[in-house]
Ligand binder design. Structure first.
Ligand SMILES: [Zn+2]
Length: 378
């Protein structure tokens, strides 16, 4: 990660760069700002810049052996620490450290290199109910690592993501090291919520606050990362109020909505044509969705059924349709009427419940589609 790959907050980037250039990078630096403000990428860029053997134009070179190591996630002098939880099936006496999550962490950095997304991290940990923490065992591992002599003779950097999730015991274990660090140790803490960091740690770190991104900065990010046209990127970025993660979520929902609309239209066309062979294929395609997504889709279909009924009653004030949906409804809505609206709605609801109950999705969806071929002609 180079400084030029980070998004927004040029002032903070410049501050970090100058600290390193002048040899005044503190032993413990805190980069903090609200969720949805990229910070982890700056911490990684700082470590890469610190280690780069051929810095130029105010950035790391991206090509020296050290930069290459950083870019492939295996620089021997850079360590990552982050909240984690024991796997569900772990035996109770095995002790876990961040190093046990090496592949998940690399996957995480690959999934969201410029903008850390805690929800994505939770998904990679695959343990829905527990609260990830940085525990005392990890602090001990950090103390051990930081006391080893660096093979390359470079400073060792520990990047800790979300120090606010450290337990008190874990924080106490680290205090001495943060207070009286070895000369060649650097801590870079990256926080979404600096106020939640234990005061003993917070009071011992130099702090740089990162500000919410501007609409243009988010739009540039969406344009580059998600290949959006500039105008579309601005339309998504605007309502996100500086939170780039909000913009990404809105984008995901928008894409999903479009996909659901296409599938709904396909279902209704095939049902009207009574094309059972293609309805079977349709059911198979939907059955391949993850269960949660299939349920969201069926909820979408149920909602569209009602929207079309209201549309048909010429009560446009009651309907919430996108432009594409409305174009379809203008032609389709006459097929949803008082005689069939509740029954079609009921078919979608029942399928949603049956899929939630772990039924065979293909059979449930095909039966539902066949029922709709009859109801649509009522
Ligand atoms: Zn380099």
């Amino acid at each position: 990660m180079r400084f030029s790959d980070t998004i927004g907050n040029r002032k903070a980037v410049e501050q970090v760069r100058r600290l390193i250039d002048s040899g005044r990078l503190p032993h413990a630096l805190l980069l903090h700002g609200a969720p949805g403000v990229p910070k982890l990428a700056l911490a990684r860029a700082a470590a890469q810049y610190l280690h780069c053997t051929n810095r130029h134009d105010g950035d790391s070179c991206g090509e020296c052996p050290s930069c290459r190591q950083h870019q492939s996630g295996n620089n021997t002098d850079t360590f990552f620490s982050f909240p984690y939880i024991k796997p569900k099936n772990a035996s109770s006496d095995k002790v876990y450290y961040c190093d046990d999550y090496f592949s998940e962490w690399n996957e995480f950095l690959a999934q969201c290199p410029q903008l850390e997304d805690y929800q994505k991290w939770l998904a990679l940990l695959r343990n829905d109910n527990a609260q990830p923490k940085i525990v005392v065992a990890e602090s001990s591992a950090i103390v051990r690592k930081m006391s080893l002599t660096s093979m390359s003779g470079q400073d060792k950097v520990l990047i800790m993501w979300l120090p606010e999730k450290m337990t008190e015991e874990a924080a106490n274990k680290l205090l001495k090291l943060i207070e009286e660090p070895y000369d060649d140790c650097r801590f870079i803490l990256v926080s979404d919520n600096a106020q939640a960091i234990l005061p003993t740690i917070y009071s011992r770190v130099q702090r740089i606050e990162l500000k919410p991104l501007s609409t243009d900065e988010i739009a540039h990010y969406l344009e580059r990362r998600h290949h959006l046209a500039w105008q579309d990127a601005v339309a998504v970025a605007g309502p996100a109020a500086g939170n780039a993660l909000e913009a990404e979520r809105a984008l995901d929902e928008g894409n999903e909505n479009q996909e659901f609309h296409n599938r709904f239209v396909e279902l209704m066309r095939l049902a009207y044509q009574r094309d059972l062979a293609r309805l079977r294929l349709w059911a198979e395609t939907i059955a391949e969705m993850k269960r949660e997504k299939a349920r969201r889709f069926l909820a979408y279909c149920a909602r569209q059924t009602r929207e079309n009924f209201f549309y048909n009653l010429h009560l446009p004030g009651l309907t919430y349709l996108t432009r594409a949906e409305e174009q379809f409804s203008a032609r389709f809505s006459p097929f949803i009427n008082e005689q069939n609206v509740e029954r079609i709605y009921g078919e979608f609801n029942r399928a949603e419940n049956d899929i939630q109950g772990n039924g065979n999705a293909r059979i449930i969806l095909y039966d539902m589609a066949v029922a709709i071929t009859i109801l649509i002609k009522v």
